[in-house]
Design a protein around this ligand. Sequence first.
Ligand code: ATP
Ligand code: MG
Length: 420
Amino acid sequence: MTQTIQAIRGMHDILPERIALWQTLEDRARAVLEGYGYQEIRTPLVEMTDLFERSIGEVTDIVEKEMYSFADRNGDRLSLRPEGTASCVRAAVEHGLLATPHRLWYRGPMFRHERPQQGRYRQFHQIGVEVFGLPGPDIDQEVVLLTRRLWHTLGLGKLRLEINSLGESDERAVYRHELVSYLEGHRERLDEDSLRRLHSNPLRVLDSKNPDLEPVIAEAPRITDYLGEASREHFAGFRAGLDAAGIDYVINPRLVRGLDYYNRTVFEWITDALGTQGTVCAGGRYDTLVARLGGRPTPAVGFALGVERLVALLASAPPPVTPGPDAYLIAVGDGPRTQALSIAETLRDARPDLRLICHCGGGSFKSQFKKADRSGARYALVLGEDEAARGVVGVKPLRAQGEQTEVALDQLSDFFTARC
Ligand code: ATP
Ligand code: MG
């Protein structure tokens, strides 16, 4: 027997039985985002590897070991995008979107060669926003409010908001120095990863997921004690906005985020319901990235949410009822079979929102009728030789009591207007 081919490890099919949850999330997110005036942007899945190296940073998990990078047939160094921010910034610079403030959003697959486990995949999906040109804490607050609204529309309670400020790069430099001396003092308690990061990217030690490091990290100096006047004010403004909006949060001084480009505000929404992969949304301000990628200096803030993790949360709630089609058209006999598809087209012209399945593949009346019933349709539409000759269809309710009636073909759309 020919061997079957399977999907790549860590990359998943999303099957029809699960799709309702994805669509619910995507539809609600889009409605919320549009409600706040965000515009969708779509960028390629593949970019120059340089883009990610320069934006995400060379000494990050993503660039060091998670990117799907390859040389294409011309020898160009390309990578599958591991996240959306770099691409959005590139596109904004390339197309001159930075002259006025822009609120953008995107969705789509991202690729990271991580160890696959629950909530962590090699192809996963994000919905994210990027706002360009607004420097104040008000917009930081808006993106958090927007996510909170999304959780409410999805019926997700119990998400915890953690926030922190990373200050500006000069403030981080002083802090970094203090942190390194502190960690040097506890060298023997660090693991291999942290020792490696100690000089290349010491803030990332705070982000370690190794529980053995917790006591060392808990006692470490805190970035919030090293903020300058302007950063402190920005953070206070952000917090005051959250307080005024009645949003609960905790300040987590260890929240440093995995990417290099963040400054000032960072935040994560976390759930306890998904074990260790509990962060469902993460973001922050990145005021220097646009200039670093060759654009005019432009303040920016954004976030990305992990669709798979949110879908997993939605899956633990009662499943949304997926409505079946409004009608299933069955046709028996050669004449009716050739007519059926065009009758369906006429009906769709008149009622574009009608969900109508037209039976294909022939078969007896009985077998077609069974399929109509199994489809979950509200009505079976029956076209036999006799009906076709008289210009009518039989209409049989499938989800409620009721006899089969007849409706003239030219009355069919009115029939559904009255009922669907
Ligand atoms: P983590 O610390 O969990 O690795 P991260 O800091 O690498 O997360 P981000 O790059 O900030 O994650 O991505 C934003 C969100 O996208 C995460 O909070 C998470 O919900 C989701 N996400 C990130 N990586 C994966 C993955 N490999 N599989 C599934 N979802 C992911
Ligand atoms: Mg990661």
